[in-house]
Design a protein around this ligand. Structure first.
Ligand SMILES: NC(=O)c1ccc[n+]([C@@H]2O[C@H](COP(=O)([O-])OP(=O)(O)OC[C@H]3O[C@@H](n4cnc5c(N)ncnc54)[C@H](OP(=O)(O)O)[C@@H]3O)[C@@H](O)[C@H]2O)c1
Length: 333
């Protein structure tokens, strides 16, 4: 059986993915013991995977080698299995390959069987997936947000951010977002109903932040100069939950806050967190997120691209700001 998949040919420069990937077609190897073969119905586009494409050895996981298939979260049906407890015909989510099919070790790939009763399968990538777990953990555990507190989220109109602001609201906080452009800011305040949005692409970021007032929790997806701008607006004893550093991903910069001293002056706690560290809590987190999702407390807009051949266009949106909500590639249109 042949598989088409995206192979990493080179380290991307910035966000030039077309020069770094090639769409390959070749026969799939035979299944080894413990492996499953998934017919991918959807691919999840996740900004953090950009780090896997660099040479950096000091990241939270080693880089993917060139010549390897691109790895990412996939969702689909198991069409062949040599793994105990993973039966053919089951709907599954796993770290697989950007291809028509994924062939993975069921355990090493974190494969999870999914409830087919969830009407919109895309939710398994957004509210009920890694983005949901990350948003909930970052707001509640790392950010330790309490009812009545003021919570600010960067990249707030993206998949992780849009869940973080809604979860903050569900926990009784006043949620604010930072996003690029009028359309995204209006979406956040009018459709999602958060207290306010700061447009970092508009002139006058400082005055917008001053008008917003101080924050108790900053859920940061971006780092860089935005982090500096927020550090000087944190309330005393505030918490900064470092979720991601988007401003560094394509530029090779490393966030090093010029306003670092505000951590002492304002007695802030700054802490990074990483979803694989709490994968064992997935079932519990999913149950809470599912309740909120089913009651409409949290919603997710989807940015869907059809066709494996268009994957790179979808991926690029994460870094150019082309998306509102979760970016997905659908393969079985
Ligand atoms: N710690 C963890 O375990 C974990 C897990 C999942 C995700 N994450 C992190 O969550 C963040 C969001 O990832 P995602 O996959 O959900 O993507 P996403 O938010 O759906 O898309 C990324 C968005 O970020 C904004 N952005 C991109 N570059 C930016 C920059 N230089 N400055 C400011 N905003 C920028 C863009 O919106 P604008 O138009 O607003 O610029 C873009 O739409 C990433 O930092 C990722 O690493 C962390």
């Amino acid at each position: 059986m042949d598989n088409r998949y995206w192979r990493i040919e080179d380290r991307p420069e910035g966000f030039d993915f077309a020069s770094a990937f090639a769409l390959i077609e070749e026969p799939m190897p035979a299944l080894k013991p413990g492996e499953i073969r998934i017919r991918n119905a959807m691919l999840s586009m996740d900004a953090g995977t950009r780090l896997w494409l660099t040479e950096r050895e000091d990241g939270y996981q080693p880089p993917l080698p060139t010549g390897a298939p691109m790895t990412g979260l996939v969702l689909g049906e198991i069409i062949a299995s040599r793994a105990d407890d993973f039966a053919e015909g089951e709907l599954v989510r796993a770290f697989g390959q950007w291809g028509d099919y994924s062939q993975v070790d069921a355990v090493a790939s974190g494969a999870i069987m999914l409830d087919p009763a969830v009407a919109d399968r895309r939710a398994w990538f957004g509210p009920l997936g890694m983005n949901g777990w990350t948003a909930l953990w970052g707001i509640e555990q790392t950010g330790a947000a309490k009812p009545g507190e003021r919570v600010l989220v960067s990249a707030a109109a993206g998949a992780t951010g849009i869940l973080a602001v809604q979860i903050a609201q569900a926990l009784g906080c006043e949620a604010w977002g930072i996003a690029g452009g009028v359309e995204k800011c209006c979406y956040l305040t009018q459709e999602i109903g958060i207290a306010g949005a700061v447009d970092y692409k508009r002139a006058g970021l400082d005055s917008q932040l001053d008008a917003a007032g101080g924050f108790d929790v900053y859920f940061d997806n971006v780092g860089g100069s935005l982090l500096d701008a927020v550090l000087t607006r944190m309330n005393h004893y505030g918490r900064i939950a470092v979720c991601g550093l988007l401003s560094d991903y394509g530029s090779g910069t490393r966030t090093a806050p010029a306003e670092f001293d505000q951590i002492l002056m304002r007695r802030l706690r700054v802490e990074g967190f990483f979803s694989p560290d709490f994968m064992d809590q997935g079932e519990r987190l999913t149950a809470r997120l599912r309740d909120w999702h089913e009651t409409g407390t949290i919603t997710m807009p989807y940015d869907v691209t059809c066709g494996l051949e268009n994957t790179l266009t979808a991926y690029e949106k994460l870094f150019t700001g082309g998306n509102i909500g979760k970016v997905i590639v659908e393969l079985d249109a």
